[in-house]
Design a binder for this molecule. Structure first.
Ligand code: SF4
Ligand code: SF4
Length: 83
């Protein structure tokens, strides 16, 4: 999963781009639900949020949720099954 750092300027670019609805408005900044973020695996070649976020390096990989491409694909399959 990716994580939004406190560099976030609350511009709202990322939220509508997420194919998994993993991004939400947190207490101070936008946040990512790691249970829903597949790093866009299954939908796009690149993570859409970090691709279009205007702040450089604002959305890195979450060090607490480092996942392999295979794990991300499994998560994608799990999420789309329950939809
Ligand atoms: Fe959503 Fe993709 Fe960003 Fe994860 S990487 S929060 S799935 S847009
Ligand atoms: Fe924050 Fe970047 Fe999302 Fe804008 S696109 S709300 S700066 S994380």
């Amino acid at each position: 999963a990716l994580i939004i750092t406190d560099e976030c300027i609350n511009c709202d670019v990322c939220e509508p781009l997420c194919p998994n609805d993993a991004i939400y408005v947190g207490e101070l900044i936008y946040e990512i639900d790691p249970a829903l973020c597949t790093e866009c695996v299954g939908h796009f070649d690149e993570p859409q949020c970090s691709l279009f976020c205007p702040v450089p390096d604002c959305i890195p990989k979450d060090p607490n949720y480092l996942e392999t491409p295979a794990q991300l694909l499994l998560k994608f399959e799990r999420i789309t099954q329950t939809k």
